[in-house]
Design a protein around this ligand. Structure first.
Ligand SMILES: C[S@@+](CC[C@H](N)C(=O)[O-])C[C@H]1O[C@@H](n2cnc3c(N)ncnc32)[C@H](O)[C@@H]1O
Length: 280
C-alpha cells in the first residue's frame, strides 16, 4: 500500500470517526455514461422502465424517457462538479423528474449545501420562485441568478409560506421529518419532497438521519418509546421515538418513496427520496 493510502486509512479508522468524518474520493458520479448509441438507449429505456410506474403512481402525467434524455444534458453541465455530501446522479434525476412534473410556482429548499439541488430545481422548473435556506454558507459554491439564498433555518423566515397548492418544499437538512412535516403543514404546504427518508433498519446509511423519518411514521412497527440503535463509522447511536413526533402521522395523506434507479443507471443509489402529500 502506498504512503498516501496508508495515511488516509489511518485517519479514517482512528482519528476522524470521533468527529463522524471520513475522507473519500470525490463523488463525480454521472460523468461516465455510455456514448450515444444502442447501449446508451438501452440504459435510458431501463431507467425509464423504473421511473414511469412511479410517475404514474404519483399521478404525475409525464413520460420518463424524454425527461431522462433532457436530464442527461442538464446534469452534464451542472456547475457543482463534485457534490460529495449532497445529491448525486440518481437522486438528481428523481428530483428533476418530480420538480418538472409537479410544475411548482414556489420551491423552498432546506439544506443548500454547495447549491447543486437549488440549481437543479431551476433547470426543472424555470418559472418557479426558488428560495433555499441553510444554517451556513461556507460550502456554497454556486449561486444561480434569480434564486434566493437565505442564511438560517426556514422557521426563521416568516414569509416562507405556500403561495398556492402548487408550492413545493424540499427537506434535505437532516432535521426530523416529523418536525419538518408539521412545519410545512402549518405553512400551508401540501406537497413535500424528503431526502434521507430511510426506514428504521437503515438509520446507519446516512450520518445524521432525520428521525423519525416519514418512512418511520408510515411504519406500523414504530410506536411511542420504540428505540432504534445503530452504528455509524464505528460509533453507536440510538433514537427513541416520542409520541409527540409520531403525532405527525396524522398529517400524511400519501408517501411515495422513489424507486432505486441504480439497477438501470449503474450509478450509486440515492439515500431515499420520497414525495409526500399532506392532508388538507
Ligand atoms: C446533505 S446537505 C444538502 C445537500 C443539497 N441539498 C444537495 O443535494 O445539493 C445538508 C445541508 O443541510 C444544512 N442544514 C443543517 N441543519 C439545517 C437547518 N436547521 N436548516 C437549514 N439547513 C440546515 C447543512 O448545513 C448542509 O449544508
Amino acid at each position: 500500500m502506498n504512503v498516501k493510502a496508508s495515511v488516509v486509512r489511518t485517519l479514517n479508522r482512528h482519528v476522524l470517526p470521533r468527529w463522524r468524518l471520513v475522507l473519500r474520493k470525490s463523488d463525480k458520479g454521472g460523468d461516465d455514461l455510455p456514448l450515444p448509441g444502442p447501449f446508451r438507449d438501452r440504459l435510458i429505456d431501463r431507467t425509464a422502465a423504473l421511473l414511469d410506474p412511479y410517475l404514474r403512481e404519483a399521478h404525475l402525467g409525464l413520460v420518463a424517457r424524454p425527461l431522462i434524455e433532457e436530464f442527461l444534458g442538464v446534469y452534464a453541465r451542472r456547475p457543482v462538479r463534485d457534490n460529495a455530501g449532497g445529491t448525486a446522479f440518481n437522486g438528481s434525476l428523481v428530483l428533476f423528474a418530480l420538480a418538472r412534473a409537479l410544475n411548482p410556482v414556489l420551491i423552498v429548499e432546506c439544506g443548500t449545501w454547495k447549491g447543486h439541488t437549488a440549481w437543479l430545481f431551476r433547470q426543472a422548473a424555470p418559472a418557479a420562485r426558488i428560495v433555499t435556506c441553510d444554517i451556513e454558507h461556507e460550502n456554497l459554491e454556486h449561486r444561480e441568478p434569480g434564486i434566493e439564498y437565505r442564511l438560517g433555518d426556514w422557521t426563521g423566515f416568516g414569509d416562507l409560506n405556500a403561495e398556492s397548492p402548487q408550492s413545493l418544499v424540499f427537506f434535505d437538512d437532516h432535521v426530523s421529518h416529523a418536525r419538518r412535516l408539521r412545519e410545512a403543514h402549518q405553512r400551508g404546504f401540501r406537497t413535500v419532497i424528503l431526502d434521507d427518508d430511510v426506514p428504521a433498519e437503515a438509520m446507519f446509511v446516512t450520518g445524521d438521519p432525520p428521525a423519525p423519518t416519514a418512512a418511520m411514521l408510515s411504519d406500523p412497527a414504530i410506536a411511542p418509546g420504540t428505540e432504534i440503535a445503530w452504528t455509524y463509522r464505528g460509533r453507536k447511536f440510538h433514537h427513541v421515538v416520542t409520541a409527540e413526533a409520531l403525532s405527525a402521522r396524522a398529517l400524511l395523506a400519501e408517501r411515495l418513496p422513489a424507486p432505486d434507479l441504480a439497477p438501470a443507471t449503474w450509478q450509486s443509489r440515492h439515500n431515499g427520496i420520497s414525495l409526500v402529500r399532506l392532508r388538507g
